[in-house]
Design a protein around this ligand. Structure first.
Ligand code: ZN
Ligand code: ZN
Length: 265
């Protein structure tokens, strides 16, 4: 058994153009800003393959006006990861872009923070603004997995497998968790939406969809405390990830990045 992993970001969708007001609280609605890429992440070694988040599908992309580049299951297969061989899926939070494609991993156990399910099924969802990034079908699908005995809940910091831990961050969604993975270059922290872009984390600029802005800012400090350096934190939606990290092969360039090697910046 080994507790060191390779880690990959797999881009499946894109959203542009975006303004500063769409990316940061207080951002100028007239100022152009960073596009968002949508990723799922793969953590793998000879013993196990874990997927972090499950993305959304074509129907959701149309409804929410996002552009799918490669459907998630197809993208994973093309990158060499068979979805039916995935043993565990970590859901960082239940937003539509992280918890769709819920039938794509038939043999996986799902991992979620207690308070994210409480949040996604509780009284906050009575408010339209709070539920804007959630989809009832995604949440219901995970409830069904609870009843099928396929969910493990975590409360705060916990180990999913040797070398892989989850860490409650909150802020953006009440039960958001980041994932820390041991790699050959040290611990890599998958921030997911604890920091959409490098700019959120580096300048404490909070993304506008936020359950609690104070927790989001504390979350930036927590990510930094979890990682050996800023270069070990991978934001959840930044197109820069594909520029800073190499592709594992030339065929995968532009949509798969290898995160267990040093980035260029
Ligand atoms: Zn989110
Ligand atoms: Zn997201």
């Amino acid at each position: 058994m080994t507790d060191t992993y390779e880690v990959y970001a797999v881009k499946y969708a894109h959203h542009s153009p975006r303004t500063a007001a769409m990316n940061f609280i207080g951002g100028d609605p007239h100022q152009a800003s960073q596009a968002l890429d949508f990723y799922v992440w793969v953590v793998t070694n000879k013993d196990r393959t874990i997927v972090v988040d499950t993305g959304f599908d074509e129907a959701m992309a149309k409804r929410r006006e996002r552009q799918i580049m490669k459907p998630v299951a197809e993208a994973l297969k093309a990158a060499g990861f068979a979805p039916d061989k995935v043993g565990d899926v970590i859901i960082t939070h239940l937003h539509y872009d992280h918890s769709g494609n819920y039938d794509a991993f038939p043999n996986a156990r799902y991992h979620l923070q207690d308070c994210e399910m409480d949040f996604a099924t509780g009284r906050c969802m009575c408010d339209e603004k709070m539920r804007v990034a959630f989809e009832a079908d995604d949440v219901t699908a995970l409830v069904r997995k609870v009843y099928a005995g396929r969910v493990t809940y975590h409360d705060g910091e916990d180990q999913v497998a040797p070398g892989i831990t989850v860490h409650h961050i909150g802020g953006h969604s009440k039960g958001l968790q980041a994932v820390r993975v041991r790699t050959a270059r040290g611990d890599v922290v998958l921030a997911s939406d604890a920091s959409h872009l490098y700019e959120n984390l580096e300048q404490n600029k909070v993304f506008p969809i936020t359950y609690n802005a104070d927790d989001a800012i504390k979350g930036y400090a927590k990510l930094k405390a979890l990682a050996p350096s800023l270069k070990h934190i991978v934001p959840g939606h930044d197109p820069q990830v594909l520029e800073r990290y190499p592709a594992p092969t030339s065929a995968l360039k532009g949509w798969v990045a290898k995160l267990d090697v040093e980035p260029s910046a």
